[in-house]
Design a protein around this ligand. Sequence first.
Ligand code: GDP
Ligand code: IMO
Ligand code: MG
Length: 423
Amino acid sequence: MFTIITGTQFGDEGKGKIVDLMAREYDLIVRFQGGDNAGHTVVVDGKKYKLHLTPSGVLFDARLLIGPGTVMNPQTLATELNTLADEGTVVDEKKLGIDAKTSIIMPYHVELDGLGESARSVKIGTTKRGIGYAYIDKVARDEVQMSDLADEERLRRRLEELTPIKAAQIQSMGGDPSIMEDETWIRTYIELGRRFAPFIADVSHEINTALDQGKKVLAEGAQGAHLDVIHGTQKFVTSSSCIAGSACANLGVGPTRVDEVVGILKAYITRVGEGPLPTELKNRTGDYIREAGGEFGTTTGRPRRCGWFDLPLVKKSVALNGYTQIALTKLDVLSDMHPLKVCVAYELDGTRLDYPPESTADLARCVPVLEDLPGWDGDLTGIRSMDALPDGAIEYLSRLESLVGVPFKYISVGPGREQTFIK
Ligand code: GDP
Ligand code: IMO
Ligand code: MG
C-alpha cells in the first residue's frame, strides 16, 4: 500500500499532524522533496515537536527515509535528532535512512540564498535555508551528495572542484568569498558526514521491496500545491515540485503503485512569504484568524497571511494531485465568526472564473466572489464526531465537501493527535 500526502494550499495545512495520526498504520514514512524550509508540527499529550527534516512518523515504530529528491542540511538534521534524543526518542540508522544521492545543503547555499533575496527588487520571501541554491546545484550537477559527505577525501576533492565557481558567484553577488576556504564549517561537515554515514540507504530500492512484501509506505509532502516550482504561483514558489506525482519521480516508485493520495486542506487559507493570495484579509478579521489559529511560521516565526477558503485554488490542487481523500484541518479556528465567507469563484476583467488563471500576474488581479455561510458558536476542540458538531459547522463542512468534490475523510479540530475524527 502506497499513500501520498500533500499540502493543497500554500503549506502549513497541518501535514505533520495528519502524518503523525496516520503513521501507526504504516511501515515506512518518507520525505520526498524540499528541505528544512518545511516546518511540520506534531502535538502529542500537549508536547510539541517541530520537525524540519525528520519525517512526522518519528514517534511510532515505522522506519523513516529521506529520499534523493530532498535537499538536506546535515546541521539541521543533527540538531533535530539531538533534541529528539533528549526527549527520549532515539533515531539511529535502524530507524532512519538517507539516500546516498540526497543533495546536501552547504553553508554557501545559505549564504547565496541571503544574497539573492537581498538583491531582488521584488522579493520572494524565502526561508533563507539555501533551498533554491541547493536545487540549482542539483540540476547543474554541481551538488555534494550524501555519499560525498560521508567520505572525507571525496568531499575535499569535490570542494576543491567547486570552490572557484562558488567563490566567484558569492563575490559577484556582493558577498564574502572567504566562506569557501573556512575550515571551521568544512571540519563540522566532515564530522557530520561520519555521523550520518551509517544512515546511507537506497530509498527507491527499499520502498519498492517493502511494497513487494505487502508493507505500507506513506510519502510525506512538504510545502503545498501552489508553492510547486512548476505549477505554483511562480516566481513566488519553492524550488521543488510539491504535488503527488513528484513523490513517484523523486522516490523512484512507479505511478502504478499509488493507492491513495490524501490532500491536507485548511478550513481557510494562509500563506507565508510573498505572492498572490486572492482572499487575503488585510484587516481585523485576518488578524483574528492569525491569533486564533496561531498562524506564525514554524520555521521562520513570520506571521502568516490569512484569508477565506479559496475554492478555485483548491480545485486546481485537486487536478494537480488527483486526491482520493481530504483531511480538513483547523475547523475549530473559525468558531464564533459570523458570517463565514467562502470564495467560490474569481472575477477578472468582468469575467467570472471558476478555476485560477494560469498566469501568476493574472491571479494577482483576481477579485474573489464570496458566498456567506452562517457560522457557529462555541469551542469545537473537544468534539470527536460529526453529529456532535453544531449545525453551522456541519453546514460549512458539507458545503466545502460538495464544492471540492473529494470525500473529506478526517476532520481536525485542534493540534493534538486525539483532536481528530473520521467523517
Ligand atoms: P505543516 O507544515 O503542514 O505540517 O503545518 P504546520 O505544522 O507548519 O502548521 C500547522 C499548525 O496548526 C501547527 O501549529 C499545528 O499544531 C496546528 N494544527 C494542526 N491541525 C490543527 C487543528 O485542527 N486545529 C488547530 N487549532 N491547530 C491545528
Ligand atoms: P511546510 O512544509 C509554508 C515558502 C516561503 C517562500 C517560498 C520560497 O511547513 O508546509 P524557500 O525557502 O522554499 O525557497 O521559500 O516558499 N515556503 C513555505 N511556506 N510552508 C512551508 O513548508 C514552506 N516552505 C517554503 O515562505 O514564500
Ligand atoms: Mg509548516
